[in-house]
Design a protein around this ligand. Structure first.
Ligand code: HAM
Length: 422
C-alpha cells in the first residue's frame, strides 16, 4: 500500500521550493535592513511552555497542539507558534543582559497546529516571525507593522488591509472585561458553546467568534477603545502617529482581539483583501506582549512581534498573478560522442564545477542528438562537445547557444575562455 502524506501537510517540490527560497531571502534581506538577527529554536518544547505562554483557554492549547510523551515520559509539544519559544530562549540565554538592547530577533520556522485542513489552513505551516524584546517604545510597535507591510510590498503584493487595535494595559482591560461580561451575560445562551465558555474565561474572544459574528450584541458591544486609561490611549495614539509618519495606512478595528492570550496594547493583522481569496485571508498577525517574559519566569521585559504565514503569502502572490523573478541558470552542458569521451566528461565536469560554473551532462547513455536536445531544454549557455578527435588534440568544441557561434578551445584554456564569455 502506498503511504500517504499526513493530512494538512504538503511537499514543497522543485518548481515551488525556488519560490520559498526567494521569499525567505527577501525576509532575510529586510531583517538585515531593520537589524533583526536570526534565532533558531527547537521544533519541540515542554508542553508547559505553550500552556503557560499561549494560554490554556485558547483554541491552540485546548484543541490544536501535537503533544506527545517522550521515552522518559516528559510531555513535549511540536511548536504551535514561534513567540513562546523565543521568550523561553531569551530568558534561558539571559539576553536581557546583552549590551545591545532591545533584542531584535527573527525566525523562519515550521509551526504545527491540529486544525481542520482547508484552503490556506494546514497542520504544518511556516512562519516568518519577528520579535523585539526589551523596549516599550511605541516606535517599535510601528516598526513591527511597517516591517510586515514592507515585506509584502517588496514582493509586489497589493490589496492589503492592515487592521490595528489596542487592548490597553491590564487596568484598562479589567474594566473593559467587566463591562463586556455585563453586556453578554443575560443573552449568552444565544451564542455558540465556545462563546459560552469564553464569557468566563476570555470574554474578549467573543468579539471575534467566527460563528456568532453577525449577532446583534457583537455590533452593540462596548468598545475597548472607550476603556483605555490615559497611558494606554496615549500609547496607542503614538503608534498611530508613527505609522502615519511612515506612510503606513491602517484601519482601526476595535473588534480585533487575536487568538492568543499574551497580548496587550497594540495588536494588528494584515489581511489580503482580494475577491475570491476566501476565509483565510489573514497573512500576518502580531502585537505587544508585555507580561509574557515575566510570566515565563524572566524579568519584567516588554516585547512586541508578529508571525506571518508563508503558505498564505505564496497563495496570495499566485492569486495576484505575481511572478517572482526567479532565474534558473545553467552555464554548460557537456555532450560526449563515444565511450572514451564519456569518461573524459567526468573529469571536465568536475573541473568546471570547481571553477564555479553550473554544469550538467547526460547520465542515461543518450545519443549525442538527444544530449543536445537536453542542453537546449535546460537552457544551457554553452554546449561543450567532446569526441575522439578532441581528446587526441586536447581540445573541446564550445558552442555559445545564444550566438550559435562554435569554437575549438584547448582544455587547459577552457575556464579562462568561459570566464571571458560569462
Ligand atoms: P497567529 O495569528 O496565530 O500568530 O499566526 C500568524 C500567522 O500564521 C497567521 O496570520 C497566518 O498567516 C499563519 N497561520 C496561522 N495558522 C495557520 C495555519 N493553520 N495554516 C497556515 N497558516 C497559518 C502567532 O502565531 C503569533 N506567535 C504571532 C506573534 C509573534 N505575536 C507576537 N509575536
Amino acid at each position: 500500500m502506498v503511504i500517504q502524506i499526513p493530512r494538512g501537510t504538503q511537499d514543497i517540490l522543485p518548481g515551488q521550493s525556488e519560490k520559498w527560497q526567494y521569499v525567505e531571502q527577501v525576509a532575510r534581506d529586510l531583517c538585515r535592513l531593520y537589524q533583526y538577527e536570526e534565532i533558531r529554536t527547537p521544533m519541540f518544547e515542554s508542553t508547559d511552555l505553550f500552556v503557560r505562554g499561549v494560554g490554556d483557554t485558547t483554541d491552540i492549547v485546548q484543541k490544536e497542539m501535537y503533544t506527545f510523551p517522550d521515552k522518559s515520559d516528559r510531555s513535549l509539544t511540536l511548536r504551535p507558534e514561534g513567540t513562546s519559544p523565543v521568550v523561553r530562549s531569551y530568558i534561558g540565554n539571559k539576553m536581557h543582559g546583552h549590551v545591545n538592547q532591545p533584542v531584535k530577533l527573527f525566525y523562519l520556522a515550521p509551526v504545527f497546529r491540529y486544525e481542520r485542513p482547508g484552503a490556506g489552513r494546514y497542520r504544518q505551516h511556516h512562519q516568518f516571525g519577528a520579535e523585539v524584546l526589551g523596549s516599550e517604545d511605541p516606535a517599535v510597535d510601528a516598526e513591527m507593522i511597517s516591517l510586515a507591510v514592507h515585506f509584502f510590498e517588496t514582493l509586489g503584493l497589493k490589496n492589503l488591509r492592515v487592521a490595528v487595535n489596542s487592548l490597553g494595559d491590564t487596568e484598562s482591560r479589567m474594566q473593559y472585561r467587566q463591562n463586556l461580561v455585563a453586556h453578554f451575560e443575560s443573552r449568552i445562551g444565544e451564542f455558540c458553546s465556545d462563546c459560552q465558555r469564553r464569557l468566563e474565561q476570555n470574554p474578549l474572544r467573543i468579539l471575534d467568534c467566527k460563528v456568532d459574528q453577525k449577532h446583534e450584541l457583537i455590533a452593540t458591544a462596548p468598545s475597548i477603545l472607550d476603556h483605555l486609561n490615559e497611558y494606554s490611549a496615549d500609547y496607542f495614539a503614538k503608534v498611530q502617529q508613527y505609522l502615519q509618519a511612515m506612510g503606513v495606512e491602517v484601519v482601526i478595528d476595535a473588534t480585533l482581539v487575536r487568538g492568543l492570550d499574551y497580548y496587550n496594547h497594540t495588536v494588528f493583522e494584515v489581511m489580503f483583501d482580494s475577491q475570491g481569496f476566501g476565509a483565510n485571508a489573514t497573512l500576518s498577525g502580531g502585537g505587544r506582549y508585555n507580561g509574557l517574559v515575566e510570566q515565563l519566569g524572566g524579568p519584567p521585559v516588554s516585547a512586541v512581534g508578529f508571525g506571518l504565514g508563508l503558505e498564505r503569502l505564496l497563495l496570495a502572490l499566485e492569486a495576484e498573478g505575481i511572478q517572482l523573478p526567479i532565474e534558473k541558470t545553467l552555464d554548460c552542458y557537456l555532450v560526449s560522442f563515444g565511450e572514451q569521451a564519456k569518461d573524459e566528461t567526468v573529469k571536465l565536469l568536475h573541473q568546471l564545477r570547481k571553477a564555479g560554473f553550473s554544469c550538467e551532462r547526460d547520465y542515461l547513455d543518450k545519443k549525442p542528438k538527444a544530449q543536445l536536445k537536453a542542453a537546449d531544454r535546460l537552457g544551457a549557455k554553452y554546449v561543450i562537445m567532446i569526441g575522439d578527435d578532441e581528446i587526441t588534440a586536447g581540445t573541446v568544441s564550445v558552442k555559445n547557444m545564444q550566438t550559435t557561434e562554435q569554437e575549438t578551445v584547448l582544455v587547459k584554456d577552457l575556464v579562462e575562455f568561459l570566464k571571458k564569455g560569462a
